[in-house]
Write a protein that binds this ligand. Structure first.
Ligand code: ISJ
Length: 200
């Protein structure tokens, strides 16, 4: 039972429940496209694709996606993981899953995104409905905390296992499809400042 709890997070509808530092709470609760907000805080912005592959949904994702509980309780999905980089500094580890059962017409651009931001396809499409944000504090044992730390380690950036990472997730719907985006905010995001209007 303890092993299962280490792989899951408690997801809350209100950001106060995770007691995030103020500098992070502003990012966790920001409305609209995260891509657009990050671009407003950086000279350069990049989506670095880490992987896009078939995978099993994480233990605390199947329910959010409305997938039936099968076998070990986790359904098959398409998984996309990226680092969002501002002025080449990784600031967000993003993990997106789409149920394998989805019709290709539900998310027509998802499989061929490459380094284009997923946000540009979600926020530009009137057929996409966005659900409420949920927030969590990820312990070091959570799979997404481990993957975020591993991604940063691959860039020569060490994040201590004991450092709590704050995340948010949002369920998107289009036609009959669902898509779950989880964004893990990395410590470096707190240092971002808005570009001034006369910044070139
Ligand atoms: C949902 C958005 O798309 C962002 C880009 C992602 C990607 O390209 O995989 C994933 C999550 C988001 O941080 C957004 O910009 O709000």
């Amino acid at each position: 039972m303890r092993e299962r709890s280490l792989r899951r997070a408690n997801w809350y509808r209100h950001v106060l429940a995770v007691n995030a530092p103020v500098a992070l709470a502003c990012w966790l609760t920001s409305g609209g496209s995260l891509t657009a907000r990050l671009k407003a805080h950086a000279g350069t912005f990049r989506v670095q694709v880490l992987r896009q592959r078939p995978a099993q949904c994480l233990a605390d994702e199947s329910g959010a996606l409305g997938l039936p509980r099968i076998g070990n309780g986790r359904g098959r999905c398409w998984e996309r993981e990226v680092l969002l980089r501002c002025d080449n500094t990784p600031v967000v580890f993003a993990h997106t899953v789409v149920p394998m059962s989805a019709d290709a017409a539900d998310w027509p651009l998802f499989s061929a995104l490459g380094e284009r931001s997923l946000g540009t396809t979600l926020f530009g499409d009137p057929m996409v409905a966005r659900g409420p944000l949920e927030y969590a504090r990820l312990r070091g044992s959570h799979p997404l905390a481990r993957r975020a730390r591993a991604a940063l380690a691959g860039q020569g950036i060490a994040v201590p296992d004991e450092l709590l990472l704050y995340a948010r997730r949002c369920l998107y719907r289009r036609r009959q499809g669902t898509l779950l985006v989880t964004e893990v905010f990395l410590p470096q995001v707190a240092a971002l400042v808005p570009k001034t209007s006369n910044t070139r």
